[in-house]
Ligand binder design. Structure first.
Ligand code: ADP
Length: 192
């Protein structure tokens, strides 16, 4: 298995690049944000609970997210690798992911972070908010809160993988295809 984490702040392009990467490398896309939005659309109990946190720009509790990832693995036993997008977002999630993968006799191969300046991120998110229908994208206060949460709770996840020498960062600004090519260079080095 080849398991990849695409890392970076809200609006850094993880979702867009994930679509291209899963198509090229045959990985299964695991976006916790998408899974949570599906739960909300289904009006499940989990979705209703998660929505309260998402609307405030806060993280959904670890236990909820980890449980959701565990059941996603159960439904995708044949995957030849996963692309994690928006997960893990806390150190506790990173530790839980290591354990879940260990049980499947596999591990994270590589983490690639997309570096984008905060001004560019706000611009992209407000632009996305016009068409995405995502209520967390059309309110600048909620966007700023998500950045604060990212710095506080998510950025320490990078250290978890730096310690394992699995962490790489690329420039996430420029043309989409340019960024994609940068990602592919790192992935192919790591696959070799
Ligand atoms: P973005 O990267 O633009 O923030 P996501 O779709 O990844 O978009 O996440 C949207 C929201 O869903 C987050 O602000 C958070 O509330 C919730 N969420 C997504 N993934 C996680 C996670 N791994 N842990 C906790 N909350 C999450």
């Amino acid at each position: 298995m080849f398991n990849l984490i695409l890392f970076g702040p809200p609006g850094s392009g993880k979702g867009t690049q994930s679509d291209k990467l899963v198509a090229k490398y045959g990985l299964v896309h695991l976006s916790t944000g998408n899974l949570l939005r599906q739960e909300i659309a289904d009006k499940s109990e989990l979705g209703l609970e998660a929505k309260k946190f998402m609307d405030m720009g806060r993280l959904v509790p670890d236990s909820v997210v980890i449980g959701m990832v565990d059941s996603f693995f159960e439904k995708n036993k044949e995957a030849k690798g996963f692309l994690f997008d928006g997960f893990p977002r806390t150190s506790a999630q990173a530790v839980a992911l290591d354990e879940l993968l260990h049980k499947k006799n596999t591990e994270i191969a590589t983490v690639i972070a997309l570096n984008v300046s905060e001004d560019e991120l706000v611009k992209r998110l407000l632009e996305r908010g016009k068409t995405s229908g995502r209520s967390d994208d059309n309110n600048e206060g909620v966007i700023r809160k998500r950045f604060a949460v990212y710095i506080e709770e998510t950025s320490p996840v990078a250290d978890h993988y730096k310690a394992k020498e699995k962490y790489f960062a690329i420039k996430g600004e420029g043309e989409l295809d340019e960024i994609f090519d940068r990602l592919c260079v790192v992935i192919e080095q790591q696959m070799a």
